[in-house]
Design a protein around this ligand. Structure first.
Ligand SMILES: [Zn+2]
Length: 163
């Protein structure tokens, strides 16, 4: 490679001229020294106000609140179960335990429906462009972790408690 300054012929892979120390290679010169040949004008920088302001993510917010509702329903399911277990052991009236059983199963299915809806909303909201992601990501986690925790940690214990 020929040095642009002293015209000394350097090796092709040399980064600096061995004769004068001039930097070699295809590194571009500073942009201010290169005139824009295609338009004849310098490139216009984006004005500061051009940055898009992220809009509120309504689906993400909905997913977040569904996640909170789901947690309440899971807590009700678990405490209802523990209460039913306690009253079954102490021999409480059967009508009360029937109502309690319906309530527990109702809370369980409502929690599943709420979490599934919240999970779908959260994932959709997370993948949306130009929207705030915080609530969407939090909502997705809130709708995914409690049912996973329930299935893996609580449900086996319920079966052991019953049988
Ligand atoms: Zn040189």
């Amino acid at each position: 490679m020929q040095c642009p300054r002293c015209e000394f012929m350097n090796q092709a892979d040399s980064r600096f001229c061995t004769e004068c120390g001039q930097r070699l290679g295809r590194e571009p010169a500073p942009a201010s020294l290169v005139p824009d040949s295609s338009t004849g004008s310098t490139a216009q920088a984006h004005p500061p106000g051009d940055i898009p302001v992220l809009r509120k993510n309504k689906a993400g917010l909905a997913a977040f609140f569904l996640g909170i509702a789901g947690i309440v329903l899971w807590v009700l399911t678990i405490f209802g179960f523990l209460w039913a277990l306690g009253s079954a052991l102490s021999g409480a009236s059967s009508m009360n335990s029937d109502l309690l059983g319906i309530g527990i199963v109702g809370c369980f299915f409502l929690a599943v429906v709420v979490n599934l809806t919240g999970l779908v909303l959260g994932i959709v909201a997370t993948t949306k462009e130009d929207l705030r992601k915080g609530f969407a990501i939090a909502g997705t986690c809130l709708n995914a972790i409690p049912p996973a925790f329930f299935l893996l940690a609580i449900l086996p214990k319920m079966f052991f408690a019953m049988y």
